[in-house]
Design a protein around this ligand. Structure first.
Ligand code: GDP
Ligand code: MG
Length: 439
């Protein structure tokens, strides 16, 4: 899938201390292929790759500590932008009720989504009314009524003999009369877009003047979904898109193209058949899901909240100048400990899960005590110039700290690993904009 392919592109970049223009070009060629294969619109892909390249080839990136990480961050941010940047919220009428009209092809998930949306609104203490506007599909009315019963939301229906336009009008009046603050109008779909379908939707639109026209599209259909969205949008003024069936084996193309092609934001994502499988769409979360970097991005967030930004900068400076000492080592261990279990952190850090020796570094409190004792048995010169700690000095330190030579040896080895890890870690902080500060 897309995530796997992108991950393999990035794992090549990630460990690199230096990234050349060729590396970037090569990576972007692979990103381009991965996106095309995921059925992302061709023009969207072209623009996307051009944007990322322009930013990635900048001097700052090339000279940063961990250019690979910075490039991943650029891709992440551009993917987020592509999907609208920030969350697009549901409109709200100045004077209730807020009228939401659903549109879309048959089988896209309009009726199911109507029920889910009603449930979501109920959770926000609203009183939605479901309006059964699909009079053509057998059992469509019943389907909506069953959903309504399930969530105890009223369903307005006039059977299948009254026109959908009339049903919508009377439904709206019913909501007003009963103090219901949202009206969700389910409509009919066709297997293909046709004149009749559009005409009926336009008439409903004119009759109730909806605050939202949500196009429901099946994400599994990839580019087709985007084409459908485009044609609907040309005839009806859509205010948002609901992507359904994101729980299935979607290639991601629809989510990535629909906003760029139609200009219409994705407002909700449906991830299953169950009534509560609908959530507001968050472009940044979708981007990190596509990149398969949820864990890593959350680690970065955590680190930014917990790590003192000034101290981190100072550490970074020290490491640049190879001034990182055993005192710093102790302090860094303390900081890392705040982030959670060390093995989890190592798993999330790029390249670190492969660092030899790091896995043995169990930072529990008891261990920390012994490490502290060893460091305290070092002279000032030894702490700041670890390379002078020869065999005799190690024996002395072991005796002085009440530990063993093997433990001292291991710690010094781990110190070297830690130095490497911290170099990467602080570079990452810098690369990701840092600035978190202590919270
Ligand atoms: P409509 O014709 O547009 O009203 O589509 P329906 O609401 O009747 O849904 C068509 C089918 O898609 C039904 O079997 C739904 O259960 C299913 N469906 C809708 N949304 C989702 C979703 O997010 N995930 C999955 N897996 N199935 C969905
Ligand atoms: Mg339906």
């Amino acid at each position: 899938g897309l995530t796997g392919r992108l991950q393999s592109v990035f794992s090549k970049l990630r460990g690199k201390g230096k990234v050349s223009e060729d590396d970037v070009n090569e990576a972007m060629r692979e990103v381009r292929l991965a996106l095309l294969e995921a059925d992302v619109n061709f023009k969207v892909v072209k623009d996307f790759v051009a944007k990322v390249k322009e930013k990635a080839i900048g001097k700052e990136v090339m000279e940063s500590f961990t250019p690979g990480m910075v490039i991943i961050d650029i891709v992440n941010k551009e993917l987020t932008e592509l999907m609208g940047g920030s969350q697009a919220k549901l409109a709200k009428a100045n004077k209730p009720p807020t009228v939401i009209m659903m549109a879309g092809l048959q089988g896209a998930g309009k009726t199911t989504t109507s029920g889910k949306l009603a449930k979501l609104l109920q959770k926000g203490n609203h009183r939605p009314l479901l309006v059964a506007g699909d009079i053509y599909r057998p059992a469509a009315i019943k389907q909506l009524q069953v959903l309504g019963e399930q969530i105890k939301a009223p369903v307005f229906s006039l059977g299948d003999k009254t026109s959908p336009v009339e049903i919508a009008k009377q439904g709206l009046q019913h909501a007003k009369d009963n103090n219901l603050d949202y009206v969700i109008i389910d409509t009919a779909g066709r297997l293909h877009i046709d004149e009749d379908l559009m005409e009926e939707l336009k008439q409903i639109h004119a009759a109730v003047n909806p605050d939202e026209v949500l196009l429901v599209v099946d994400a599994m259909t990839g580019q087709d979904a985007v084409n459908v969205a485009d044609s609907f949008n040309k005839q009806l003024e859509l205010t948002g898109v609901v992507l359904t069936k994101l729980d299935g084996d979607t290639r991601g193309g629809a989510a990535l193209s629909v906003k760029a092609v139609t200009g219409c934001p994705i407002k909700f994502a449906a991830l299953g058949e169950k009534i509560d499988a609908l959530e507001p769409f968050h472009p940044e979360r979708m981007a990190s899901r596509i990149l398969g970097m949820g864990d890593m991005l959350s680690l970065i967030e955590k680190a930014q909240a917990n790590i003192d930004a000034d101290k981190a900068k100072e550490m970074e400076r020290k490491m640049r100048n190879a001034e990182f000492t055993f005192d710093d080592f102790l302090e860094q261990m303390d900081q890392v400990k705040k982030l959670g279990p060390i093995d989890q952190i190592l798993d999330m850090l790029p390249g670190m899960n492969k660092a030899k020796g790091m896995k043995d570094l169990k930072v529990d409190d008891k261990q920390m005590g012994r490490v502290e004792a060893i460091v305290k048995s070092m002279t000032r010169q030894e702490k700041s110039q670890p390379e002078i700690i020869n065999h005799n000095r190690r024996k002395r330190i072991a005796a002085g700290s009440g530990t063993s030579l093997a433990e001292v040896n291991r710690l010094i080895k781990q110190f070297d690993e830690m130095r490497r890890m911290m170099k990467q870690f602080s570079g990452m902080m810098g690369g990701f904009g840092g600035g978190g500060g202590k919270s």
